[in-house]
Design a protein around this ligand. Structure first.
Ligand code: GLV
Length: 325
């Protein structure tokens, strides 16, 4: 029996759809692009639940346009697209998809770190252009990874997974966070330092903080000025944590050596000049794009939505304060 009407705002892996289809009448946006705002507002109206994406703004305007919707399940671990306070005020439960993408995201941060440090993309372009004239002692010299200092900004699940992978490269790891992570310190030897100290000492800095008012533009002109001129910045978290226009200037002026970015301040746009720089490696927000991760996200989002529709607390509930007791 199809008990609930559910909107899925873009095609997700089949495993999640299969779970939902048992109990829900599904409406799925068929085109491979985010729904426009007006499409989302219209399609959500009359539904019981919405499985949404990080590209959908879940806020008062949507809650007003779709008053029958009583649960939103985000197909993402990050949830800066959701107005949690407003949802809680209206007692609408929200969920996200943690854990299943931790390893894939940390792996991608390492892929960007390697590609940036060892200039893999620049080198690939030279090979493809047919202009390589043979081995040379001064060609494509990059940064050392083994033995270098890695700075982790945000020592949650993904920051901790990034740190654990550094042990094979005999790296010294510094980390900063709003709170100390003593378990991480004990298991990896990572050392808690201030943000300022981390900027000054790190050869590679990897960003793993959520987007919050206090992390927006954490990396700005002043932060770049404090980094080593040989340092590289890696971001698989959220674009607005970096002032992207200031990053373009820092990369162009060689204030820092390089950057590896999976996320952008104004996705899908990039700041002017970014794509023309040789010392940046760019991927299209694909850190969680592995088969296991995306299937896991689909299962989690569907499982969370079904629980919320049944009136239960979702396993990955973002606003437990709405439930009594
Ligand atoms: C991807 O960016 C996510 O938050 O899952």
């Amino acid at each position: 029996m199809k008990q609930w009407k559910v909107l899925v705002s873009r095609r997700i892996p089949q495993e999640g759809l299969d779970l939902l289809a048992e109990a829900c009448e599904l409406t799925m946006h068929q085109e491979d692009r985010p729904m426009t705002r007006s499409e989302l507002l219209a399609a959500a109206a009359g539904k019981d639940g919405v499985l949404c994406l990080l590209t959908d703004k879940i806020n008062a305007e949507l809650f007003d346009a779709a008053p029958t919707v009583r649960a939103y399940a985000n197909f993402a671990v990050g949830y800066d697209n959701m107005d949690v306070a407003e949802a809680s005020r209206r007692r609408i439960p929200l969920s996200n998809t943690p854990d299943v993408l931790t390893d894939a995201t940390a792996d991608m941060a390492w892929a960007l770190l390697f590609a940036t440090a060892r200039r893999v993309v620049e080198s690939d372009a030279v090979m493809r252009s047919g202009s390589w004239a043979g081995w040379g002692p001064l060609q494509f010299i990059g940064g050392d990874i083994t033995g270098a200092t890695l700075g982790i900004v945000g020592a949650g699940r993904i920051g901790a997974a990034m740190t654990a992978r550094s042990n094979g490269f005999r790296m010294r790891v510094l980390y900063t966070d709003a709170r100390r992570n003593e378990q991480l310190e004990q298991s990896t030897g990572a050392v808690f330092v201030s943000f300022d100290e981390l900027l000054r000492q790190s050869d590679y800095i990897s960003v793993h903080v959520p987007l919050l008012p206090e992390t927006r533009h954490l990396f700005n002109e002043a932060a770049f000025a404090r980094m080593k001129p040989t340092a590289c910045l890696i971001n698989t978290a959220r674009g607005p944590v970096i002032d992207e226009a200031a990053l373009v200037r820092a990369l162009r002026d060689k204030t820092i050596a390089g950057a590896g970015l999976d996320v952008y301040e104004h996705e899908p746009a990039m700041s002017e000049g970014l794509a023309a720089l040789p010392n940046v490696v760019l991927t299209p927000h694909t850190a969680s794009a592995t088969h296991a991760s995306r299937n896991g996200m689909a299962r989690k989002a569907a499982t969370n939505l079904l629980a919320m529709l049944r009136g239960e607390r979702a396993p990955d509930c973002l606003n437990p304060e709405i439930y009594p007791g």
